[in-house]
Design a protein around this ligand. Sequence first.
Ligand code: SF4
Length: 232
Amino acid sequence: MPKALHAQVASIIKFSWVDGPGNRFVLFLQGCNLNCLACHNPQTIPLQTPRAAEMSVDDVLAQIRQAMPYISGITVSGGEATVQAGFVLELFKAIKSAKEFEGLTTFIDSNGNAPQEIWDQLAPYTDGVMLDLKALDDQKHIELTGSSNTAVLESIKYLDSIHKLYEVRLLLVPGHNDSDKQLIDTAVWLREIDPQMRIKINAFKTHGVRALAREWPEVSEEDLARYKEIVN
Ligand code: SF4
């Protein structure tokens, strides 16, 4: 992957409890290689947009430094973090090699749509990957994201095999990918790879989505209870 010392950044959250273990500094990179109907941040899909800020590795490190006393790690999210993998690599290398950042963990929040070569380069500097699986069935995945899930499924298997998969996240959309059969097939597939697989359920909400998905039903309490019973 080409080395990159600058990135297109969509936003930064200095303290987050929902983007990996502990309290985390989260860098949301601009650009995504899927086009999900249920995307909550569709403005992060294009790589180039006037809304994004160009930041260097040093710029990001300066912001991390300010948050340092209060965080346990860094998560790079998106968009899709691996679209700017060359930058993620340089950022993580800088964090892992500096005494001042000792103890910070480095996580990636990914849609999984990346080849093995990218994971091979990132893995030595990455403590864990949180990976979204939108649908196990390929046709359903294409319908929901515009792309095949082949690379996503390979990423799950590969990252698990090298002990870098922290958890798989399922964004469940009522009537689209939440039938009992879909959930059972998905849970069985994941637990065959790793019986201890952490599976997190994310409930679909219409907040921030584009016009088409705004008409879709949100996940109810009953739906959520059913998902948890099947998946866990
Ligand atoms: S992978 Fe994430 S950021 Fe990319 S389009 Fe899908 S929901 Fe949006």
